[in-house]
Design a protein around this ligand. Structure first.
Ligand code: ASP
Ligand code: MG
Length: 417
């Protein structure tokens, strides 16, 4: 069996869903098709959760109306009846929670944001069935068991493996299964999410549990490129990567695959293909078990909306190890994502992704350190670089901090791109 994953961009309109079906029809293999929310639905749902928190019910209703009509348009263009395809409690979820101004934010977030995937998969499965591709729809909140760390839930591997295998072994299961990416559920039936862009991770987990032959992520780019085509004019395709190199790229902020995706695949030596959904015959990139080999072209990775926090000891009794423990305790508690660390005799600097917990973190850190921070920065990572390239990239830029190793350069830059 194989696992296919279609991201939001690939199912952003009816044409996308039709293209998904044509790709599914091109193979006779048994498939689990993991699907994300359509287009920018997750962002729209995030805004709805924010608006509920602000108590602006009118705006919540308006935003939901727009999102619903977006899905209705796609369903109608596919000949699918939205109200029949999608469960009532999913379609009624936002309205049922529109008064939950004081709800625990993360909990409410997962309940609401998860409906993006529940709607997209219901529409896709209904369409496939209507067109004669017999499909079973899996409800991942019942199959992917997680803890209750809302917005970044940790998967219980054993329980999930058991449930997914059981569902797969259903004697009436057709060749094609459609499943939501990004979402799971607690043992007590609360919906959870795995962190933004988590659908790739779902695909990898299912592949791991079912010993898949491969995973294919269908994307709107030819494969993994050496730079973001929106930011650099001349990009080249990287045909092959090792698992190790892929993790490094993902961690640096390359928006190609979710960083957690690689481990479940590497554990079972399952190859991962990243291929263009508009040219399904193109080979794309393969990530697999090759020696730690490095890419031959320099790879540019931008990570935006960075905050550089610098902590200075309040007196000279600075003990680095102890300070690091305190700092990382706060970072962990506030769930900040660290992209770079640097320390000197009396300071520690950490670069993190901007987060809504930022002011809380700064406040906690200020108890022990003199804290300064800069916002709206970018982190540029260049892998496979040369001294000439480094010089070239420095030109004309305000660099707040740089870190160099033999083949990798990292710059914290005072601009957005
Ligand atoms: N829909 C979710 C997101 O946009 C998950 C994903 O696309 O992988 O973050
Ligand atoms: Mg996505």
């Amino acid at each position: 069996m194989r696992v296919f994953k279609f991201g939001g961009a690939s199912v952003k309109d009816a044409e996308g869903v039709k293209n998904l079906m044509s790709i599914v029809r091109q193979t006779t293999d048994e498939l689990v098709v993991v699907v994300s929310a359509m287009g920018k639905t997750t962002n729209a749902l995030e805004r709805i959760v924010e608006t509920i928190g602000q108590g602006d019910k009118r705006s919540v209703d308006q935003q939901w109306k727009e999102l619903l009509s977006y899905h209705e348009q796609i369903a109608t263009a596919l000949g699918v009846n939205l109200k029949e395809a999608v469960a009532d409690d999913v379609l009624g979820c936002v309205l049922a929670h529109r008064n939950a101004k004081d709800a625990v934010y993360d909990d409410l977030y997962d309940t609401i944001v998860s409906i993006g995937e529940l709607m997209s998969t219901s529409i896709v499965a209904a369409y496939l069935n209507k067109e004669g591709v017999k499909t079973q729809l899996w409800n991942m909140p019942d199959l992917l068991v997680t803890d209750g760390s809302f917005r970044e839930a940790a998967v219980n591997m054993q329980a999930s493996a058991q449930r997914v295998k059981q569902a797969w072994n259903d004697p009436y299961r057709p060749r094609v299964v459609v499943a939501q990416g990004f979402i799971g559920g607690t043992q007590t039936g609360h919906r959870t999410t795995l962190g933004r862009e988590g659908s790739d991770y779902t695909a990898a987990l299912i592949a791991n549990y079912l010993d898949a032959e491969s995973v294919t992520i269908w994307k709107d780019v030819p494969g993994i490129l050496n730079a973001d085509p929106r930011l650099e004019k001349h990009t080249v395709l990287i045909p092959e990567l090792s698992y190790f190199e892929a993790v490094e790229l993902a961690y640096s902020g390359a928006q190609v695959i979710h960083p957690k995706t690689i481990r479940p695949l590497e554990n079972k030596c399952i190859p991962l293909y990243v291929r263009p959904f508009m040219q399904p015959d193109e080979p794309g990139t393969i990530i697999h078990n090759v020696p730690k080999g490095q890419t031959k072209v320099p790879v540019y990775i931008w990570r935006k909306e960075q905050v550089l926090i610098t902590m200075r000891a309040k007196d000279f009794s600075f003990v680095l190890e102890e300070s690091l423990t305190q700092i990382f305790d706060v970072i962990h508690r506030c769930r900040l994502k660290v992209s770079l660390i640097q320390s000197s005799a009396v300071t520690v600097s950490v670069c993190v992704d901007h987060s809504r917990n930022m002011s809380k973190a700064i406040q906690l850190l200020s108890a022990n350190f003199a804290v300064t921070y800069n916002e709206h920065l970018s982190l540029l990572t260049i892998r496979g670089t040369t001294p000439e390239l480094i010089e070239q990239e420095r030109q004309g830029r305000t660099i707040l901090l740089s870190q160099l190793t033999r083949r990798t350069a990292k710059f914290v830059i005072a601009e957005q791109s």
